[in-house]
Design a protein around this ligand. Sequence first.
Ligand SMILES: C[S@@+](CC[C@H](N)C(=O)[O-])C[C@H]1O[C@@H](n2cnc3c(N)ncnc32)[C@H](O)[C@@H]1O
Length: 443
Amino acid sequence: MASAHSRLVELSTIVSKNSAILDQYLSDNNIPQPNFDEHDSIWDKESPPDIQKARIALQDASTELIDLTTGSRKYLSKALNQDFTSFDTLYRLDIPHKIPVDDPEGITYTDLCKKLDIDVNAYALTRILKAAIVHHIFKEPSPGRIAHSAVSRLLVTDDLLFDWLGAAIEVVGSRAFLGRAITQFPAMDEANRSAASLNFGKQDGEYVSFYEYVARDPERAKRFGRGMSSFHTGEGYATRHLVEGFDWGSLAPGSLVVDVGGSHGDIDVAIARSFPGLKFVVQDLEGTIATAEETRKIIKDEGLNVEFAVHDFMTPQTLKGVKVFILRWILHNWPDKYCEKILSALIPAREPGSRVLVVDAVMPELGTLPNVTERDLRTMDLTMLGCFNAGDREVGRYRDLMEGVGLKFGGCVRPEGSRLSVIEGMCVVVSFPVPFPPGYPLI
Ligand SMILES: C[S@@+](CC[C@H](N)C(=O)[O-])C[C@H]1O[C@@H](n2cnc3c(N)ncnc32)[C@H](O)[C@@H]1O
């Protein structure tokens, strides 16, 4: 039943009323419908004031409709992509933690400045924060005061999300250097010649890769690991997709599952809870493994069969008898030649019946998904290109990569509602955590 007062309906009425005004204007003046094919849009020309008013009202209501139907967490990452500057500032100055979390009246801008660790230009900071407020990050309950919004409050109540923001700022900030990177390093095939390398600047005289940069600072490594954990709390990236998306029950008790580049092991904890008979080893770089204390505690408290081991996935796999290798969000971080190296490194561990699960987003053909979905995917793809000279590949490129190193390609499935095919020998399955609309052709 519809609500007595529905903001959504109210907004859609504004959209429809103003669309009708614009439509009438076009028809009265024999102007074709707006599209992106014409060289010259009608809206680039001057139109009467009431038509301009109708356009603004329509756009304002549509924007609010989109914002209100996005969800706070998702909104946060969307807003970060649109308004990087404010986020960068509020993270660096730790603004969310300086604003009372449960007081709708918030704090004055002046008192907020007094709480900061450094003496900043209050006028400049206020302007940066107001730019955040128009994106629903914080709100202004009364003139001169700032309070938390539902979105900004998350940054205080969810520590992992705050760490995600810290990591995401470095990631998204690097994307801005893409144009410089493609002109300075046009081949774009080296991890340490990326937009991120330019963003971070030379370290001890050398450009470094994203991961080298992260590993140089334990605090940053911890933030990145925790930021990854926070991703798993979002619906699109929930661990359950992999828990439900593969037939773990078909593995014999005691089967060894190795999560290559598994970070803090969130995926393994989730699978181990449902399949306690399996044995998991999470492999990652030393800095990441060293900061997985929260997962270690969960593993100990719940008695889960999950271990951590330092292993560089560019070097041959040392474990034997592995039934399943998980490579989740790994290949999209590496240029092709490194993906070949990572996949080849698994070959010595291959045995009949073992499998590799590559879990990554798969890029669709242009225009085959709803535009809002595709915008998200392509933004993420460019983020990966900026950070790593890598990205979310089309399914054919995954197949080429795998077959190129002599692995059998086992198909590409979406976890929800799909059963994975199990093929004798080294079977490679590409799945991905993004909730694609039903019916999207995967292979
Ligand atoms: C994008 S994260 C994905 C983490 C995890 N698989 C997940 O799905 O959340 C990539 C991981 O690869 C790890 N990594 C990067 N280079 C590595 C290397 N040479 N050997 C092992 N792990 C590495 C990083 O430390 C990080 O944890």
